[in-house]
Ligand binder design. Structure first.
Ligand SMILES: *[C@@H]1O[C@H](CO)[C@@H](O)[C@H](O)[C@H]1NC(C)=O
Ligand SMILES: *[C@@H]1O[C@H](CO)[C@@H](O)[C@H](O)[C@H]1NC(C)=O
Ligand SMILES: *[C@@H]1O[C@H](CO)[C@@H](O)[C@H](O)[C@H]1NC(C)=O
Length: 439
């Protein structure tokens, strides 16, 4: 049913060229040759969106193109059944997290992927333009043009629905920017990878592209009273500055029109599911968005509830977020900061990412050295990068990768074996189905 909706949507978008225009600082819009009537309609719609988008991008670009001015030639991105997938990363942060974000960006960088960075209203305009400038000054990012920074900032409360709105914004922009990506991955500036991108691409290459990694349960426990019966208002949705949630003294009934599911706020979503949430003609995603506008920590429940109440997507759920997170005992509202003492357990967890880390914690250096093979200014290991910085001569140049080759070839390392064994367990038939959206 929804498959046909998605197909219809694709056909429609194709017809009006909706997927083919790209917002870019140097070339604001490219519309492809279609009938004048359709073009006029598209122009009117696009112009209004464009007004927002051109202002919000400080740095943007077309997908995989040669930058002639710089003499940087970039090979084509291949996307056949035998080629690795493409990830779209949404990386969010707040004030004084620009450097943390850049380090994370380099740690998860691969020319195949798409990256969209956002610093919320907790950051200053100077910090945001510094971040955009740092991205722009990197020869590698200029060559592949796959890193974008949202220039316009807005308020976000990480405990409220405004962070959900921001995530959906990121997903919507990524859908528009690029038609090639397969999975949407959310990260915060306090996250760090435990596998190289070659490893992640290699493991995901063998998976069905419709899988969604969403940790979830319908056993609400204490959250039923503390989260879903309470009504909150998130001023970050309508004020310029990040503001705290207002909690109403009134309560409301737990819904019976749909079943609430809750879990980890960190997700890896398939393109089809993201399209369903943002562009789908089913009303459930919109209805739930409005319901969750008054729920605290709605990022822990929105995608969970949408997917488990959508029969056409239920069976694509993998009940795991592939993250290593440590909670205090008893758990607080935020997980513990990880350090050297957690290194062994992080590896043993076989997870793809871990959180949270303080800026420049020594354990990150250990991850860089032992897993990512990353030096100070460089990117994480990737077979595509044929000459890496690291020797004393080239260190001062600050380039993340000195020269590159084929971006369609990945070389898995030891961390791929770990992640592969975890994913194989999760998607084994008895585990996958027994863990899916249990009502
Ligand atoms: C999902 O899985 C269940 C149980 O295996 C099956 O009955 C149902 O038809 C599946 N739904 C879809 C849309 O494939
Ligand atoms: C590492 O983190 C744990 C939990 O956050 C903390 O109890 C411990 O003191 C930290 N150790 C170091 C060496 O910082
Ligand atoms: C150092 O950098 C230069 C220019 O970027 C490059 O030609 C050279 O091969 C690099 N040396 C090594 C050992 O990677």
């Amino acid at each position: 049913m929804i498959e046909s909706f998605v197909n219809t949507w694709r056909r429609l978008m194709h017809k009006i060229g909706g997927n083919n225009w790209i917002v870019n600082s140097s070339c604001p819009m490219r519309l492809l040759k279609f009938s004048p009537r359709i073009v006029i309609v598209v122009l009117v719609v696009a112009a209004s969106i464009l007004g927002v988008l051109t202002h919000s991008f400080l740095q943007g670009g077309a997908w995989i193109a040669a930058d002639q001015k710089l003499g940087l030639v970039v090979g084509p991105l291949l996307k056949g059944p035998a080629d690795p997938p493409v990830f779209a990363y949404w990386i969010s942060g707040t004030g004084s997290q620009g450097q943390k974000m850049l380090r994370l960006l380099k740690a998860v960088y691969h020319p195949r992927n798409r990256y969209l960075l956002h610093l919320d209203a907790g950051s200053s305009a100077v910090e945001r333009s510094n971040l955009a400038r740092s991205v722009q000054s990197e020869r590698l990012f200029r060559a592949f043009r796959n890193v974008n920074v949202i220039g316009q900032s807005y308020a976000v409360d990480r405990t409220g629905p405004s962070v959900l709105a921001a995530t959906l914004h990121g997903a919507a922009v990524l859908l528009r920017l690029n038609a090639d990506w397969d999975w949407f991955i959310t990260l915060s500036a306090s996250d760090y990878p435990l596998v190289t991108q070659d490893d992640l691409l290699h493991v995901f290459a063998s998976l069905p592209r419709n899988l969604n990694f969403i940790d979830h349960t319908s056993d609400l426990g204490w959250k039923e009273y503390a989260r879903f019966d309470k009504i909150v208002v998130d001023p970050s949705l309508y004020m310029d500055k990040n503001s705290q949630l207002l909690i109403s003294s009134g309560t409301r009934k737990t819904p019976d029109a749909f079943k609430i599911f809750t879990g980890s706020p960190w997700v890896i979503l398939s393109r089809a599911f993201v399209e369903h949430c943002i562009q789908g003609s089913d009303n459930l995603p919109r209805k739930l968005l409005m319901y969750f506008a008054n729920v605290a920590y709605s990022m822990e429940s929105y995608f969970q509830t949408v997917i488990c109440n959508s029969p056409e997507f239920q069976n694509t759920t993998v009940n795991n977020d592939l993250r290593y997170i440590v909670w205090d005992n008893p758990p607080g509202l935020e997980p513990l900061f990880l350090n050297q003492t957690h290194f062994k357990a992080m590896i043993k967890s076989r997870a793809a990412f871990a959180r949270k880390f303080v800026e420049d914690d020594p354990v990150l250096k250990k991850v860089d050295k032992r897993i990512l093979k990353r030096v100070q200014s460089g990117v994480g290991f990737g077979q595509w990068c044929s000459s890496r910085p690291g020797n004393k001569k080239n260190k001062s140049k600050g380039d993340a990768c000195l020269s590159w080759g084929d971006i369609n070839v990945v070389k898995p390392g030891p961390s791929a074996t770990r992640l592969k064994s975890l994913v194989a367990e999760l998607i084994s038939e008895d585990k996958l189905y027994s863990d899916q959206c249990k009502f």
